[in-house]
Design a protein around this ligand. Structure first.
Ligand code: IVH
Length: 658
């Protein structure tokens, strides 16, 4: 028994160490498989000896018991908010106020202002015992059960200390895009932005839901650390970093306000490079003694200031609301806008997500609204200027029948869905999905060409792509001999794709690329999957009863079996032994910088992970390749300095398409 106990303790220590390398330092030391093996061994031992399971074992991150309601928690020291500045002049005024109240030179620490949710974490004897939301600053809610699922938060510290740290919980941008992507694939509605997604995730009663959300945290402050007296905030952050907390690396000590201003200006330009959203810069007096002297007003400390970026927002008018019908039949409302320039590009449409969103924001046709855009995220309406209404505005409700096929519409969760499987709009979306990069990757078969093929009756479903005739194609507008041949070649090439690409491409409800990959790994061919029952399917990683049901239902529909039959006759690969090398980039680490012309960040990342590689956020000695798009940031200089291999977009494309 003692032996087992010791092995369990050693395993836990090792897993904790690797969590730290992977989730905090972004520098894994072992492969995912090796990590899984350690975790499997721990889970096995803990299952055999349940009396040895402890609440803070790394195995317990996946989510414990659900709670009935959130308990209120009174903060020992209130969580204040920050006063805001919007210009250099205001920052200089802040500096003058500070200088006037204290003697001698003042040093500042500047940090990124992460756009997430502020959270307090309390440790006792080195163990995380409580996590709470900010709430109204005085009283927050107990979210310990969800916060424990965040792998960059240590559950146990090496030293048995009592302390409180505060930080910002957020969702990285690439993971946010993936999360929304997965939700759409699974027929769920999108989150409006990463902050909302993070807020919704930490306020779940069931921690298993939070465990599936890509939450992360940066710690930016501490109110007490047992036995430690620091002179400066920067020393305290360095110490917290040593304890294993994730501290943002962009922090900097500045000796004068002009240096602070320069930092703010640099980050205004470079923030697009980050893989998380920031809404400004926080400027803090570094010496803790001076902070005491400066004190606070009822709301804000006098020793800190938030510099807010000029908003990437614009006012415009909602001219109309249009509806599109997606692959799964979901009706998505889109605001048609008076075109405005935002973040360098013209915006004339913004997503309204679903009926609930329209009602929550009370968006009406004819309203003046504020729209916002950031990163890869589709422009959206963030606010209605109710005071600008003149009585001409019309409320809007999604139609009761499908605007494309007039079929029956039914409410499923937050979505209204067209129930007609043969709705032309759904077919169109299915073919577009089939052809796209993450699915069958048919080069040259973009959205407008799919529309043309359907309009001209050259195809009626996705399998018809494999029966196209060149003499019909050349008849199409802007389709010569050469481009039609290229298209046919690309379609021909796609026949060799892996089964997982095909499975994902079929667009089965709830079957995203990850589930598709797991299915392809566990069956020898498509026929086995078609014949699999609920039990066999739910035995697969990531496949629950809902997904299993969806797969069974898909393959029980005659029209889908017809499609499979046509694919088979055309010679499309239905076998699981991968024809294409799926581990071409096994173990390779990529970093992306600048804007890529043909990929969003999330797409580029998916390409790399599909081939077994990994994309990390920052360049280090461990990085194998830096992929450089337009207007690269400082990562480019760093990669050159470290001698990391630099790839142009063209070179990157060649690798992922090879
Ligand atoms: S320091 C006394 N540092 O911004 C306030 N806050 O408006 C101490 N935030 O509630 C806050 N990044 O949620 C600080 N590096 C950072 C931050 C940060 C984001 C948030 C935090 C706070 C809000 C202040």
């Amino acid at each position: 028994m003692e032996d087992i106990k010791q092995e369990i303790e050693e395993l836990r220590a090792e897993i904790r160490r690797h969590n730290h390398y992977y989730f905090v330092l972004d520098q894994p030391k072992i492969s995912d498989q090796e990590y899984d093996q350690l975790m499997q061994r721990l889970l096995k031992l803990e299952a055999e000896y349940p009396e040895l399971v402890t609440a803070n074992s790394p195995s317990q991150r996946v989510g414990g018991e659900a709670i009935d309601q959130f308990e209120k928690i009174e903060h020992q020291i209130p969580l204040l908010s920050l006063a805001k500045s919007f210009s250099k002049e205001e920052l200089r005024e802040f500096d003058q106020r500070v200088q006037k109240s204290v003697a001698g030179r003042v040093e500042y620490v500047v940090e990124l202002k992460i756009d997430g949710l502020s959270t307090s974490l309390i440790y006792q004897d080195g163990k995380l015992i409580q996590a709470a939301t900010r709430g109204n600053g005085l009283i927050g809610e107990d979210i310990t059960h969800n916060i424990r699922t965040i792998k960059s938060i240590p559950l146990n510290l090496e030293d048995e200390l009592d302390l409180e740290v505060r930080g910002e919980v957020f969702i990285p941008l690439d993971r946010f895009v993936e999360l929304n992507h997965r939700r759409v694939e699974e027929g769920l509605s999108r989150f409006a932005n990463p902050r909302n997604a993070a807020a919704g995730s930490v306020r779940q009663l069931d921690p298993k839901v939070a465990a599936r959300r890509p939450l992360d945290i940066f710690i930016y402050d501490s109110t007490y650390i047992e036995g430690q007296q620091f002179k400066t905030h920067s020393e305290r952050l360095d110490y917290l970093e040593e304890l294993g907390f994730k501290i943002n690396p962009a922090r900097k000590v500045c000796t004068e306000i002009e240096e602070v201003i320069e930092y703010c200006q640099n980050w205004t330009a470079e923030r697009e490079e980050l893989n998380y959203e920031i809404d400004g810069i926080v400027i803090k007096v570094n010496r803790l003694e001076l902070r005491e002297q400066l004190g606070a007003t009822a709301k804000h400390p006098r020793w800190a200031m938030a510099y807010k970026f000029p908003a990437q927002q614009q006012e415009t008018k909602v001219k109309d609301i249009e509806v599109t019908v997606g692959r799964t039949g979901a009706l998505t409302p889109t605001a048609v806008l008076e075109p405005v320039l935002l973040d360098g590009s013209e915006v004339s449409r913004a997503t309204l997500h679903n009926q609930d969103y329209i009602e929550e924001k009370d968006v009406r046709i004819g309203d003046r609204v504020i729209i916002e855009k950031s990163g890869d995220i589709i422009p959206q309406v963030v606010e209605v200027l109710v005071e600008k209404r003149d009585g001409q505005q019309e409320s809007y409700h999604l139609p009761q029948s499908c605007p494309v096929c007039q079929g029956e519409v039914s409410k499923v969760g937050a979505d209204y869905r067209c129930l007609n499987n043969n709705c032309p709009s759904r077919t169109e979306e299915k073919v577009k999905h089939f052809a796209k990069r993450g699915a069958m990757n048919i080069e040259g078969l973009g959205e407008s060409l799919v529309e043309k093929l359907l309009e001209n009756g050259l195809i009626a479903d996705l399998a018809d792509l494999y029966y196209l005739d060149q003499k019909d194609l050349v008849e199409l507008e802007r389709m010569g001999q050469k481009s039609s041949q290229n298209l046919l070649d690309a379609i021909e090439k796609s026949k060799e794709n892996s089964l997982s690409r095909l499975l994902f491409g079929l667009g089965i409800h709830h079957v995203g690329s990850e589930v598709a990959r797991n299915l392809a790994k566990n069956f020898s061919n498509l026929d086995e999957i078609i014949e699999a029952d609920q039990e066999e399917l739910t035995a697969i990683d990531g496949v629950g009863p809902k997904i299993a049901q969806s797969i069974i239902s898909y393959f029980s529909q005659q029209e889908n079996l017809e499609i499979i039959k046509k694919l088979r006759q055309a010679g499309v690969n239905l076998e699981a032994k991968t024809v294409k090398q799926d581990d071409l980039l096994e173990g390779k680490k990529f970093v992306l910088t600048g804007k890529l012309a043909d990929f969003t960040r999330a797409e580029a990342k998916r390409e790399v992970t599909e081939l077994g590689g990994r994309v990390t956020g920052s360049v280090s000695g461990q990085t194998d390749y830096l992929v450089v798009g337009e207007n690269p940031g400082s990562k480019y200089d760093k990669a050159q300095k470290l001698g990391v291999e630099i790839l142009s977009e063209e070179e990157f494309k060649n690798i992922v398409n090879s």
